[in-house]
Design a protein around this ligand. Structure first.
Ligand code: GLN
Length: 381
């Protein structure tokens, strides 16, 4: 049997490709973004506890209430953004689902979504599979990957349905500023344009920066789907648990699609997070944890010929290699995985036209020993 592909130009995601290559070659895997250390034993105990207690059947479609309540409280305490646990908070199977379910809920055939490139690789397929059309705004190293809002304005048409944002940004680590939010508010004022905001690295933000969700802007909250995750914050990327916070009308439509995608998300993990998050330090401490790692990694790279600007947030550090070679970033990432045993992600894969900034992305969510040894190898180049 053959079927007509709905995604004829899509291959396997780069994260699978590079992780597989790293495994085959025994390279240090600084490519796919996941920690190589365990989550808190307390969290595992809690999951065990709730499994033993019999919390092993479907959770409510929108998520268990205690988790929705603690999320509402955290979001109010930290960012002064208020969502009602009843009808404005939905627990889903990871932020990738939150983004997909949002696109499925909001897009009609031919609707346009503004996407900033480099863009995390699930955004465009989520838009296209739901009948939408991505409209690209290209950010490059030349402009320090910052957003020129006049370009965004020039891309708005009567078909623009949404703007997709990421803060802290993957792969650049850039964070939105107050000025960005003010400009964004100006762009969408007097329109029906929605905002889909990927904030999975909200707690991994450095140098005393404040995490600024578009939803923290009084004019933007009403049109924003805030998509988040427990995976990055609690070192549990494999538990695939995330959430979507959005005003009541938006949440109502969001839940209509979420219920057909996964219906509900794993129950014992939801109870575990609801308990674990009662102690704010459990999510607030991750900032220092990763800032230290970023600093160590950068320090260990001091003797290298890479040039880099410290990541503002996320657990990724971009490095420019144009002092070393002018090879394409993709070929180089593959070659260095095989030859020096350090795997990375080439930034060109995050552009639809494979724009090559001569930059690689390294994930520093790895134990210090691996980071130091990887850096040692990179310093020899
Ligand atoms: N978010 C992770 C990254 O950027 C990858 C997740 C995945 O493999 N789909 O590396």
């Amino acid at each position: 049997m053959t079927i007509t592909s709905k995604q004829p130009n899509v291959g396997t995601t780069i994260f699978t490709v590079m992780s597989q290559l790293a495994a085959e070659t025994g390279a240090f895997n600084l490519s796919q973004g996941f920690p190589n250390y365990n989550c808190s034993p307390k969290l595992i105990e809690l999951v065990n506890h709730y499994m033993q207690k019999g919390m092993n059947q479907y959770a409510p479609m929108a998520g268990i209430m205690p988790l929705r309540e603690i999320l509402a409280q955290k979001t109010a305490d930290l960012y002064h953004i208020h969502y009602h646990p009843n009808d404005e908070i939905t627990i889903v199977s990871g932020c990738t689902e939150a983004i997909y379910a949002t696109m499925a809920a909001i897009l009609h055939k031919g609707d346009e979504v503004i996407v900033f490139e480099p863009a995390y690789d699930s955004y465009v397929p989520s838009i296209e599979l739901n009948g939408g059309k991505p409209v690209f705004v290209t950010l490059t190293a030349e402009n320090d990957f910052s957003i020129d809002w006049s370009v965004v304005k020039s891309k708005i048409t009567k078909h623009t349905k949404a703007i997709m944002l990421t803060t802290p940004h993957n792969p650049t680590g850039k964070c939105l500023t107050q000025e960005d939010l003010a400009q964004l508010a100006e762009v969408v004022r007097d329109t029906d344009i929605l905002i889909v905001s990927d904030e999975v690295y909200e707690h991994i933000i450095f140098d005393n920066r404040l995490h600024l969700s578009p939803a923290s802007h009084p004019e933007l909250k009403q049109r924003t789907f805030l998509c988040g995750s427990f995976g990055k914050t609690f070192h549990t990327t494999g538990w695939k648990l995330g959430y979507c916070l959005a005003p009541v009308e938006l949440t109502a439509e969001f839940r209509k699609t979420h219920q057909w995608i996964t219906f509900a998300s794993p129950t014992p993990m939801q109870y575990a997070f609801a308990d674990f998050m009662k102690e704010p330090d459990n999510y607030l401490s991750v900032r220092n944890f990763y800032e230290e790692k970023r600093n160590k990694f950068i320090n260990w790279l001091k003797g290298s010929r890479f040039t880099l600007t410290p990541a503002e947030g996320s657990f990724f550090q971009m490095v420019s290699y144009n002092q070393i070679t002018d090879e394409s970033d993709y070929e180089l990432a593959v070659r260095w995985t095989k030859e020096i045993g350090v795997a990375s992600i080439p930034i060109s894969v995050f552009y639809h036209e494979k724009y090559d900034n001569k930059i690689l992305r390294f994930c520093f969510a790895k134990d210090d020993e691996m980071l130091e040894k990887a850096a040692e190898r990179l310093c020899r180049l």
